[in-house]
Design a protein around this ligand. Structure first.
Ligand code: UN1
Length: 497
């Protein structure tokens, strides 16, 4: 199965059949590939090659660079089913979500193609006669991309599609848990480059296979002006300061601890459906997963009862077979989830679900029933992001209290409110409302479209990826003052003669 997928996606067997890193499918824990860790010397050469590719690519006109991304988007459209299935094999998310992830890649390509004709700056009035000022945006350099197992392809594409139209070259270190999908994306991009023609330089995009040391080498190398990293807060805490120490820039998209405020006026049918998708989708392994339900006391019991009913009806199993919940990524994720549930019980919380499923059928596959955990307040356990389907339920009385709970966690990625009261909705998205990068009304916290800027505050890292004006992050800003007069007046009225 993997071989035929890889073949259609254009990945040669020697790229994924030998090496020191074993890749297992979370579906049943079996090995689906082996890849080889790049040596420090190979990474050094790759960076030098990326530098040279950048020097050529930056001279190609931006709309022409957009043409490459258009061709890449075509490849993705053609291979959506195969790449979506490979995402499912490698990270265990259900096929619908694997396909959705590839669709996100296609969407960002479309956005980037249009953006390639809109890399615009400002013109600014000068205080001096016969002068004008403007702002120019220039290509930045080789971009280092570090991505996580749970969204193995879309976050790379958010960065890559924009960086390519902005004139940058790419060095991608995927998670060691999901290198096969990275090799497939690279193969599709290389096909697009072959179609594109000679002005796409060799080494425009490279995949660096490795674990922590490979990431550190990219992070520490001053030839890479921007590192964009998606992953845990723990990872970001290391990457951020290392990049800053060499005055590089970083885009950090780290942990989330996303809440929904469920008010008495909410449409509960809609809310329950939204909770289901956002709390148990991707087996709770999205950075945007709903982790905390802050629900008004007057409806809490009813909502919890309905949720438990809905949870009981969810099919858990093979993600390729039409189930709604697939496996956790690995045993460690399962153990962490169990440890957290044990601690919650010890702290007096009421725990529903969370047990291992299908252990006999898949001794090495870690399927779990999603958990609902009723708690009194926000202990450290609740304030910590556990990458598993655990939904904490917390009661509230007044909206201010609910907003305070929403904000009282170290992370600040996504949030939402369900209400039909316009005052509540507008307060939530106002300056005194949610402190997150994403604040939604009457939709869940996950499943963002690519048109908006994606990312969050506080321990989420502050970075933004994807839409809006995020393209500017992949370029360097230059301020130009041009004197077209025959005089040389100084600014601020200074006389110097
Ligand atoms: C992630 O989990 O790292 O908003 C990204 C969402 C998706 C992206 C998630 N569009 O849930």
């Amino acid at each position: 199965m993997i071989d035929s997928l890889m073949q259609r996606l254009g990945v040669a067997p020697e790229q994924y059949r030998n090496g020191d890193i074993a890749v297992a499918t979370p579906i049943d824990g079996s090995e689906i590939g082996r890849v080889r860790t790049a040596t420090a010397q190979e990474i050094d050469t790759a960076i030098a090659n990326a530098q040279r590719a950048f020097e050529a690519w930056r001279q190609v006109p931006a709309p022409r660079r957009g043409e490459l991304v258009r061709l890449f988007g075509d490849q993705l459209r053609r291979h959506k089913e195969d790449l979506g299935a490979l995402v499912t094999w490698e990270c265990g998310k259900i096929l619908q979500e694997g396909l959705g992830e590839v669709q996100e890649m296609i969407d960002i390509c479309d956005l980037a193609v249009g953006q390639s004709r809109q890399l615009y700056g400002l013109t600014i009035a000068s205080e001096r006669p016969g002068h004008h000022m403007r702002e120019s945006w220039h290509p930045l350099g080789p971009i280092g991309l570090i991505t996580a197992f749970n969204f193995p392809v879309a976050p790379w594409a958010w960065n890559a599609a924009l960086a390519l139209v902005c004139g940058d070259s790419l060095l991608w270190k995927p998670s060691e848990k999901s290198p096969l999908t990275a090799l497939a994306c690279q193969a599709l991009l290389e096909r697009a480059m072959a179609e594109f023609g000679d002005d796409a330089p060799q080494y425009l995009s490279q995949v660096i296979i490795g674990e922590r040391a490979a990431g550190e080498q990219l992070t520490d190398d001053a030839r890479i002006p921007l590192i964009s990293a998606t992953g845990s807060t723990r990872m970001g805490r290391e990457v951020g300061p290392r990049v800053a120490a060499r005055f590089g820039r970083s885009i950090l998209e780290l942990g989330g601890n996303n809440a929904m405020i469920l008010t008495p006026s909410a449409d509960l049918d809609m809310a329950v459906r939204a909770i289901l998708f956002s709390a148990v989708g991707t087996a709770g392994q999205r950075c945007t997963t709903l982790r905390r339900l802050v629900v008004h006391h007057s409806i809490k019991e009813e909502v919890v009862t309905r949720l438990k009913q809905a949870y009981a009806g969810i099919s858990i199993g093979d993600p390729l077979e039409g189930n709604l919940i697939g496996p956790l990524i690995d045993r460690q994720a399962f153990d962490t989830m169990q440890a957290v549930l044990t601690q919650a019980r010890e702290q007096g919380a009421n725990v529903f679900g969370g047990q291992r499923q299908l252990a006999e059928q898949y001794p090495e596959g870690y399927y779990v029933a999603p958990a609902i955990v009723e708690v009194e307040g926000q202990s450290d356990l609740v304030r910590h992001e556990t990458f598993a389907p655990i939904l904490y339920v917390i009661g509230y009385e007044a909206l201010d209290e609910a907003i305070a709970l929403n904000n009282d966690v170290p992370q600040g990625l996504s949030s939402c409110i369900f209400t039909t009261d316009v005052r509540e909705a507008e307060t939530f998205v106002s300056a005194v409302g949610s402190d997150c990068g994403i604040a939604n009304v009457n939709i869940g916290p996950s499943g963002a479209e690519i048109g908006g800027a994606f990312g969050g505050e506080k321990e989420t890292g502050g970075g933004r990826e994807s839409g809006s004006d995020v393209w500017k992050s992949y370029m360097r800003r230059q301020t130009n003052t041009v004197n077209y007069s025959r005089e040389l007046p100084l600014a601020q009225g200074i006389k110097f003669d």
